[in-house]
Design a protein around this ligand. Structure first.
Ligand SMILES: [Zn+2]
Ligand SMILES: [Zn+2]
Length: 296
């Protein structure tokens, strides 16, 4: 993929995975076999409170990342779901009294932290904003779709509107068969060594998707350009009521036979501050989300 002028490889990742190490129904070897069989490149194990000995597993050609999901107490008696990835397999943490303590423990161990599925938890963007030094949130989480809370776009935009430079993942949060292969993160990097993938995640070199794939994202001299697999809707989301819609073809239904779009180009040179992010939707309703570009 052409990522802001750099030619990078695309690695399909599921960064939120449970196994029988906690409350998942698949043993680690089985969940690896499933994702490798679906042509994933990267799988992060993030069992509740527990890491996995990922270096002892047969990766079936994938890169396995060590991680954890932590649940310290949060606002209004709600527990946080803090996703930590890139952690030592023997990651040990003190008793965690707050979300910030969990984030700090992840960062101190060399990992990266995200706030998992805030809508499902019952957290507001103001709650999420209270966490310092997270990389972002999950914009889509498969396992929370069963109560209609799989999307976190509004929370993300509220954070971005407040100037919080958060990225966003799409994940399966797989616990069982029904959660497989519906939300993934594409990491853009030179290779799929763990340290290279983690550096790319820290740099924001990735995007979230349920299906559509980006082929190019470029931003130079105020011109935003993107190329992608065919979609019926390509929108640039920005601060407040500003934004841009390349097309909303087919919103009336497939029967219109509108041509599907594979590119977007827009001059934003008169916009001096804030953010731009690209949001795609294909004919089957599957979405993809670029990370935000910051202006000024
Ligand atoms: Zn969770
Ligand atoms: Zn989870």
């Amino acid at each position: 993929m052409n990522c802001y002028g750099r030619k990078l490889k695309s690695f399909r990742a599921n960064l939120h995975t449970h196994s029988t190490t906690s409350d998942g129904s698949f043993p680690p070897e089985e969940v690896i076999r499933r994702y490798a069989g679906a042509a994933y490149d990267v799988l992060a194990f993030t069992d509740h409170w527990k890491t996995n000995p990922v270096s002892s597993y047969d990766p079936h050609g994938m890169t396995l990342l060590s991680g954890v999901e932590l649940h310290p107490p949060g606002p209004r008696g709600i527990r946080w779901h803090i996703l930590g990835v890139g952690l030592p397999e023997d990651f040990a943490y003190p008793e965690l009294q707050s979300g910030q303590a969990a984030v700090d423990a992840v960062n101190a161990a060399g990992g990266i932290a995200f706030c998992a599925h805030p809508y499902w938890c019952g957290f507001t963007s103001a709650d999420v904003m209270s966490l310092k030094n997270i990389l972002g949130i999950e914009v889509y989480n498969t396992s929370t779709r069963y109560i209609g809370k799989e999307y976190n776009m509004q929370c993300w935009d509220e954070l971005l509107n407040a100037g919080k430079k958060y990225t966003a993942l799409a994940v399966d949060d797989v616990h069982s068969e029904r959660d497989l292969f519906r939300g993934f993160t594409v990491i853009l990097a030179e290779n799929k060594k763990p340290e290279t993938l983690l550096r790319a995640l820290r740099n924001g070199d990735f995007y979230a998707s349920q299906g559509p794939l980006f082929k190019k994202i470029a931003f130079a001299n105020g011109i935003l350009e993107a190329e992608f697999t065919p979609v019926t809707s390509a929108i640039v989301v920005s601060n407040g009521p500003s934004g841009y819609c390349e097309t909303v073809a087919n919103f009336g239904g497939e029967s219109y036979g509108e041509p599907e779009k594979t590119s977007l180009r827009r001059d934003f040179s008169d916009k001096k501050s804030g953010y731009l992010r690209i949001q795609l939707k294909d004919v089957s309703g599957k979405m993809a989300w670029s990370n935000p570009i910051w202006l000024g």
